[in-house]
Ligand binder design. Structure first.
Ligand code: FRU
Length: 495
C-alpha cells in the first residue's frame, strides 16, 4: 500500500471522531471526514452494497481525489471502510476521478476509474490528461493494475478530447465480454458517451458513441449509466453548463435521463426523449445498482457544483448522497420512489384526515422534527373554487423556515430555502411543473436533518435540496391561500 493511501486511512480514522453522529445526516451517506462528491462504484458485492465516493479527506473542499468507501445492507445504515484508493501513481497523481465497480467470476471486485494528470501552462491555465484505469480488490483493499492506464487519449475517436475523458461505467455482457461507457467532450459539439469493448479488461476497443450532445443539453457530459428498465433502455447522465429550457432544465450543472431504442445486435441506442432526473437544487452524477431482488436503485450526489464551495473551511465534513431511489418506467415516465427499506426507520406515525385549511397557518400535534417521512394529499375544498396556494414549511423556528409550495393555477411546485440560514446570494428557490387534477396533488417529503427530497405524485417528479439550518429548528406547519382539504401521514424516522 502506498504511503499516500496509508496517510489518508490514518487521517480519516483519527479525524472522523471529531464529528458527532448527530451532526451528520441520519440515513444519508456523507463523507467520513472532509469532502465528498460523486457516488462511485455503486455495486452489490459479496453480500452487501458498496458505495465509493469522490473524496478529499483533508479538507471540506474539493482537492486531489481519493475514493472513499462505505458498505451497507439496506443502503440506509452505512459502515465506513478505509479509503479504497489515493492519487499515488504517475497516471493518477492528480486525482482518481469517478468510475464504477464490477464483481468478477473469481470473486474479486474490479474498480474502473479515471486517472488524472494535471499540468499548468505559462499562462496559469490547467490542462488535464484523463485516462481510464483499473484496480482489483477483495472488497476492502485494492491493487491498481500495473499496466494502467488501460484506455487513453489514443483510443478516442477523431476530434475527441483527452482532457475531458472520464467516468467509465463498466458492464458485463452475457457472453462474458465487457463494455465501458465513458464520457468525453467533442469540442464545439458538447459531450458524448463512448462505448468501448474488451474481452480481458485490459485491452479495449472503441465501438461507437452511444449518445451525443450536439449542443442540446449543456456542454460537457459526465458520469453516464445505462440499463434496461421495465422493457425500455434508459441512459442517465449529468451535463455541465446548461442553459435553462422552460421548467425542464435549469442553468448550471444538472442531470438528464433518456429513453430510447436499443439494438442488441449493433449495440446502438436511439434516443427518443430526454428529461431532467431531479428538479431541485442539489442532485448530480447519479449511479445505479441492480439489487439482488431485481430493483434498479439510483443514488446521486446531493449537491450542486455552483454552490458547494460556499461553506466555511471549518466544516468538518461536506457533501452527502441522495436517498436511494427505486426506479421504474411506466407510460413514458421515469418514476423514482424512496427505497422501501426506509419504511423500517419509521418509529411513531400520526395520521390526520380531512384537515381543512382556509387562509390560515396550521400546526399539527406531533408533526415536527428533522428526520421524517411525511405524506400529504391535498385537494381543493370546493372543486369549483380553486385555491391560490398551498405551502408546507419545516425546519422552522422564529428565525428559519424551509418551504415547499404549490400553485394550482400555474401548476408549479416550488422549493424554497431562502430563509433556511444561508448567508450567500445563491440560488435558493426552484420551481417545477407538476401534474394535478384540479388542485389534487400528492407529496412525500423525506427530511433528514440537512436535506429534503420531495417526491411528487408517487415519484413522477423529485426535487432535492440541502439546507444549512441549525437542528433546533424543528417546526412544521401548513398554510393555504384559499380553501384546501388535506390528509397527512407523518412518520418520525430514527436510525
Ligand atoms: C462530476 C465530476 C466527474 C469527475 C469528478 C471529479 O461531478 O466532475 O466528471 O470524475 O466529478 O471529482
Amino acid at each position: 500500500m502506498s504511503q499516500v493511501l496509508r496517510d489518508a486511512r490514518r487521517y480519516e480514522e483519527e479525524h472522523e471522531k471529531q464529528i458527532a453522529p448527530s451532526d451528520r445526516p441520519g440515513f444519508h451517506l456523507c463523507a467520513r471526514v472532509g469532502w465528498m462528491n460523486d457516488p462511485n462504484g455503486f455495486s452489490y458485492h459479496d453480500g452487501q452494497y458498496h458505495m465509493f465516493y469522490q473524496y478529499h479527506p483533508y479538507d471540506s473542499h474539493w482537492g486531489p481525489m481519493h475514493w472513499g468507501h462505505a458498505v451497507s445492507q439496506d443502503l440506509l445504515h452505512w459502515k465506513y471502510l478505509p479509503a479504497a484508493m489515493a492519487p499515488d501513481q504517475f497516471y493518477d497523481r492528480d486525482g482518481c476521478f469517478s468510475g464504477s465497480a464490477l464483481t468478477l467470476d473469481d470473486g474479486r471486485q474490479l474498480l474502473m476509474y479515471t486517472g488524472v494528470i494535471r499540468s499548468t501552462d505559462s499562462l496559469g491555465r490547467t490542462h488535464d490528461i484523463q485516462s481510464q484505469c483499473i484496480a482489483f480488490g477483495d472488497g476492502t483493499d485494492y491493487r491498481k493494475y500495473q499496466g494502467n492506464p488501460v484506455i487513453t487519449g489514443k483510443d478516442l475517436p477523431e476530434g475527441g478530447s483527452p482532457n475531458d475523458f472520464r467516468d467509465p461505467k463498466i458492464f458485463r455482457k452475457e457472453d462474458g465480454s465487457y463494455r465501458a461507457l465513458i464520457a468525453d467532450n467533442y469540442p464545439g459539439h458538447g459531450g458524448m458517451y463512448l462505448l468501448y469493448r474488451s474481452d480481458d479488461l485490459v485491452h479495449w476497443q472503441l465501438m461507437h458513441p452511444l449518445a451525443e450532445n450536439e449542443n442540446r443539453i449543456g456542454l460537457m457530459w459526465e458520469c453516464p449509466d445505462f440499463f434496461e428498465l421495465d422493457g425500455t433502455h434508459i441512459l442517465i447522465g449529468s451535463a455541465q453548463d446548461m442553459l435553462p429550457k422552460g421548467f425542464e432544465y435549469h442553468n448550471g450543472n444538472g442531470t438528464f435521463w433518456m429513453a430510447g431504442d436499443y439494438d442488441p445486435e449493433t449495440e446502438k441506442f436511439t434516443e427518443k426523449c430526454n428529461y431532467a432526473i431531479d428538479y431541485g437544487i442539489d442532485f448530480y452524477a447519479p449511479q445505479t445498482v441492480l439489487s439482488p431482488d431485481g430493483r434498479r436503485i439510483m443514488i446521486g450526489w446531493m449537491q450542486n457544483w455552483d454552490t458547494c464551495n460556499l461553506h466555511t473551511k471549518s466544516t468538518p465534513w461536506f457533501g452527502s448522497m441522495s436517498l436511494p431511489r427505486e426506479l421504474s418506467f411506466r407510460s413514458g415516465i421515469l418514476y423514482q420512489t424512496p427505497i422501501r427499506e426506509l419504511d423500517n426507520l419509521r418509529t411513531e406515525t400520526v395520521e390526520y384526515k380531512d384537515i381543512r385549511l382556509t387562509n390560515n397557518d396550521l400546526r399539527l400535534d406531533q408533526v415536527c422534527g428533522r428526520m421524517a417521512d411525511m405524506e400529504i394529499e391535498l385537494k381543493a375544498a370546493d372543486p369549483e373554487k380553486m385555491y391560490q396556494r398551498f405551502a408546507v414549511r419545516f425546519a422552522q423556528n422564529e428565525n428559519y423556515r424551509t418551504g415547499v409550495s404549490f400553485r394550482p393555477f400555474e401548476s408549479t411546485l416550488k422549493i424554497d430555502r431562502k430563509f433556511s440560514g444561508s448567508r450567500r446570494a445563491v440560488i435558493n428557490q426552484r420551481r417545477a411543473l407538476v401534474n394535478h387534477q384540479r388542485g389534487s396533488l400528492k407529496l412525500r417529503l423525506i427530511i433528514d436533518r440537512f436535506s429534503v427530497e420531495v417526491f411528487v405524485n408517487d415519484g413522477e417528479k423529485v426535487l432535492s435540496m440541502t439546507i444549512p439550518t441549525e437542528l433546533s429548528a424543528e417546526g412544521i406547519s401548513f398554510y393555504a391561500d384559499g380553501d384546501v382539504v388535506m390528509n397527512v401521514v407523518f412518520h418520525k424516522l430514527s436510525v
